[in-house]
Each structure stands twice: as C-alpha cells, then as structure tokens.
Write a protein that binds this ligand. Sequence first.
Ligand code: 3PG
Length: 211
Amino acid sequence: MSNPFDLTARIGVVPVIAIESVDHAIPLADALLEGGLPTAEITFRTEAAAEVLARLHEQRPELLLGAGTILSPEAARLAVQCGAAYGLAPGFDPAVVDAAQSAGLPFAPGIMTPSDISLAAAKGCRLMKFFPAAPAGGPSMLTNISAPFAHLGLRFIPTGGVKLETMGEWLSLPVIAAVGGTWIATARDMREGDWAGITTRARAAVARAKE
Ligand code: 3PG
C-alpha cells in the first residue's frame, strides 16, 4: 500500500469527523466519495468512532482512513485494530507516539510551537498537525516556526479554523501536505442527514485543493 501520508498530500484536504452514530458511517463515506474526496479523519471524540472505523475499513476500503484525536497509547492500538491507515492527535505526547510507532501506525502528532516541533521531530515524526492553525497565527505563524526545521523536510496539516475560503492560503505554503477541518461534514450535518450538502462541500474542497 502507498504511504498514507503521500496519499493524503495528493488529495490535499482531510475532512475531520466527529461521528455520533455508527449508522452514519456508510452514508458519510458515500457522500464524501461522491464528492471526490476519498479520505476522512474519524476522531476518537465520540463513542461510535471505533466501530465506525472498523465498518468503513471493511465496507468502504477505497476510503483512506485516518484515526484522529488519539490521546492515549490504548487509542493508538485501537486505531490499528479498527483498520486506520494513519493516526493524528491535537498535541504531542511521547507515549502516544511510541505506541503508534510500536503498532506500525504512521502518526502525525499535533504541534503549535517550535518546542513541539523539536520534540516530535526528535521522535522521528515527519508529518505534524498544526493545531489550532488559525488562532495560533495562521500561515505566517507556521512559516516562521517551521523555518528552523526546513532541512528536516517536515510537512504539516493545519486544522482548527481552516475553511474553504482560507484553504488556498495554506496550500500555497511549501510545508503544507494537506489542510483539514470539520466544515465539510459536521455532526449536525450527519444528524440531519444532509448527505447532499456534505457531497457539495467535499466537491468544493477538492476543487479548491486542486487549484
Ligand atoms: C481538529 O481536530 O482538527 C479541529 O477540531 C478542526 O477544527 P475546525 O472545527 O475549526 O475545523
């Protein structure tokens, strides 16, 4: 299988999902796929997340599955059991990175400062989530804090306040692998069954990522 981070970079945008019901898993996947967006970060913020990952892994193998909000070594191991291709977290926890590496899970920890980047890079991480991207200072902040690490070839996924309207500013930075955010498919969209809206937003995001 290709490296999931390379595939993510090729797609350019990752919908961050907080899914409340296992019944939403397949309609969500189909809405994203219909919009030309073959990836999702299913976050461990809901009780349904693990089962959703397992179901998607089994029934929609064409979807590149990330497991997000991995806050413990147990969650890293669970993500692998459920078939996630890679994992992400909002912050940097060395115990979680260790668990992900031992379990063979490509992992992008969250960073927001040069110290975070330094610690994550020392652990061998090369893809990092810049979170919360907009409140932390936007593209110029990431450009500045990542500059001293340029020789390491690090790449970042900004999330937190990234929107369709601001995707382009981020994607024009050479250090960006992809952008992420919840705006494409919110818990409310799924509760209301707005699958067509999810497809429309997915399609718009994919088009913007290709520009
Ligand atoms: C994340 O975990 O990546 C964020 O919750 C996404 O933030 P957003 O809701 O501002 O897109």
